[in-house]
Design a protein around this ligand. Structure first.
Ligand code: C2E
Ligand code: MG
Ligand code: MG
Length: 547
């Protein structure tokens, strides 16, 4: 038998498309589609690449479909379509059938696989990508040997600084050499792939762990052979020793484990080599439990909105409130710090925030209707919302559906660290203000770009984080006191309403008064209260004040 792959020689994707196009034109075929799946399982799940190689816009009916299984297990499917009024007679159909079959089986056996592989399994810089990694892992699992392997995720330390120091081009060379070094240690029995940027992922035989960790701790890499220039590259690494009984468990578990370990490795206080262990396991289990329980809990009314009053420290009057959510499960209140960071890892936090906003609007509508005690309420919006181009519409829809005047609402947003997010933040904040909704910077002072944030974006309210409020024992000489004084005076100077968070003592109330800062929110007055309790405070209207 003649093997097409050896007789025809190199065969590029362009050639394939060209041939397909010619056949199509010859037989009045309107559209030709090829699908590539790297396994029958992937085909079933619909996870593959669909390439439309020829399309004159008139492909209304399917005239021929052929599928071929490649030696590597990949599935390639070709489908041809024609315009409604065109058709193939029997003889033509036979010819087209034959050509398409030959073409596809050729594709299956030949370098086309390589070309498609290149598209699917490598990134632009020709590093194997995440798909390569997943495929490798699947293979290890299918062959039952995954238990003898260790998976890692690593991030090159300060690589942007390396780029700055030695230049981008040299940085690329250094990154590739470092990659090649890791690859050479792993050798044939494993794989190392790039996840994007300076993030990598690898799996290798357990016994190589020590050598890999050594490289991750830092090693000089030559990036300019002639001048013998070197740069030390190191990485933060999260490792997971895949257990022998891993069996057919979901492979996402491996990814979750190395991601959890790497996150800890990257945090400054931890060492930079972290093995996934019991502590992390517990953390991950808690996380998974929260993720698992959340959707139903939201529907079952397990979430409640508490209100913490904002009080004028001169008159004692309640001037507003912050809505803070509580998860009440089996009689226990789960504080937000336990579940919000978890929900913030996906967009589920957005569902929660919209739920809270809706609840607040319903309460406000009720207060506005039943008595005159309604005050402006603020709602926290997670940063996760910033990528949502329709955020404003969504927020307005909730407020207007409940018929609440916009000035009764305030959105609390936190500072962000990157430029892209900064632009989103500006768009969102401006959009809200244009609609008459108040906007507040939450936890001011705790982020990175504080001053720029209030110069570049117009806000209504600045909420100063409780970390900046002097404690009783901190005198007027303390740095905290001085910073506090100046931040408050700056806020007033640029016409921002200033709210101090975490006010707990009479001394702190006095400080606020002395610095003409009227509004406080904190345990001195009340903790966040269930709605009924808060309504009682609203009706009373005022708090007693210290002398
Ligand atoms: P935050 O927005 O800065 O809310 C203020 C937090 O400070 C609240 O914690 C409040 O109980 C606490 N606090 C208020 N006064 C005092 C005080 O005098 N002393 C002390 N030590 N703490 C005080 P909480 O309710 O546990 O909420 C924590 C964080 O969780 C909030 O910080 C906010 O970032 C987030 N959060 C709460 N509810 C939501 C929500 O519905 N959506 C979103 N996206 N985040 C929320
Ligand atoms: Mg807040
Ligand atoms: Mg805050």
């Amino acid at each position: 038998m003649i093997d097409a792959s050896t007789t025809i020689g190199p065969f590029s994707r362009e050639t394939f498309v060209q041939i397909l196009k010619e056949i199509c034109e010859l037989f009045h075929i309107a559209k030709g589609v090829t699908e590539f799946y790297r396994s029958p399982g992937r085909e079933k799940a619909g996870e593959g690449d669909i390439l439309i190689d020829h399309d004159n816009g008139r492909g209304e009916k399917e005239v021929l479909k052929k599928r071929v299984n490649s030696r590597t297990g990949a599935v390639i499917i070709g489908t041809l379509y024609m315009a409604e009024e065109d058709s193939l007679d029997e003889e033509e159909l036979e010819k087209v059938d034959l050509i398409l079959r030959a073409l596809l089986s050729f594709v299956g056996r030949n370098r086309m696989i390589g070309a498609i592989e290149q598209l699917g399994f490598y990134d632009d810089a020709m590093y194997p990508n995440f798909r390569s990694f997943s495929r490798y892992l699947e293979k290890l699992q299918d062959t039952g040997v995954i238990g003898g392997y260790t998976a890692v995720r690593y991030n090159l330390k300060s690589f942007s600084v390396v780029n700055q120091d030695i230049g981008r081009a040299n940085g690329d060379v250094a990154m590739k050499r470092y990659f090649d070094l890791v690859k050479s240690i792993i050798d044939e029995d494993g794989i190392v792939c790039r996840m994007g940027g300076d993030n990598f992922i690898a799996v290798f035989k357990d016994e190589l762990t020590r050598s890999i960790v050594e490289v991750m701790r830092g090693i000089p890499i030559v990036y300019d052979k002639e001048q013998r220039r070197r740069v030390t590259i190191s990485a933060s690494i999260g490792l997971y020793n895949i257990p022998a009984d891993f069996g057919q468990r979901d492979l996402r578990e491996v990814l979750d484990c190395i991601s959890a370990a790497e996150t800890v490795a990257k945090s400054a206080e931890a060492g930079s080599v972290i093995f996934y262990d019991q502590m992390l396991k517990k953390r991950k289990e808690d996380m998974m439990r929260i993720r698992h329980l959340f959707p139903a809990a939201l529907g079952n009314g397990e979430f409640e909105v508490y209100y913490q009053p904002k009080v004028n420290v001169v008159t004692g009057q309640i001037v507003g409130a912050e809505a803070l959510c509580r998860w009440i499960r089996d009689g226990r209140i789960i504080p937000p710090m336990e579940f919000i960071p978890v929900l913030e890892q996906s967009t589920e936090i957005c569902d929660l925030d919209f739920f809270v906003l809706d609840r607040v609007c319903k309460d406000l509508a009720h207060w506005l209707k039943s008595h005159d005690h309604a005050v402006r309420c603020s709602v926290n919006l997670s940063r996760k919302h910033l990528i949502d181009a329709d955020l404003l519409e969504h927020v307005l829809e909730i407020i207007d559906r409940n018929g609440v005047p916009h000035e009764y609402l305030e959105m609390e947003l936190t500072e962000t660290t990157t430029d892209v997010k900064f632009m989103d933040l500006r768009r969102v904040a401006q959009g809200m203000r244009d609609e008459g909704i108040h906007t507040a910077v939450d936890d001011f002072g705790m982020g990175y770009s504080s001053l720029n944030l209030i110069r570049e974006i117009s806000w209504d309210v600045l909420k100063i984080d409780r970390g900046f409020v002097p404690l009783d024992e901190e005198g007027t000489d303390s740095i905290t006191y001085k910073m506090f004084r100046h931040v408050v005076s700056m806020a007033k100077d640029i016409d921002l309403e200033c709210i101090i968070e975490g006010v707990e003592t009479p001394y702190q109330i006095k400080l606020l008064r002395e610095n003409n800062c009227e509004i406080a929110q904190g345990f001195y007055f009340d903790k966040p209260l269930p709605r009924e309790e808060f309504e009682k405070r609203l009706q009373a209207g005022k708090y007693p004040l210290p002398e």
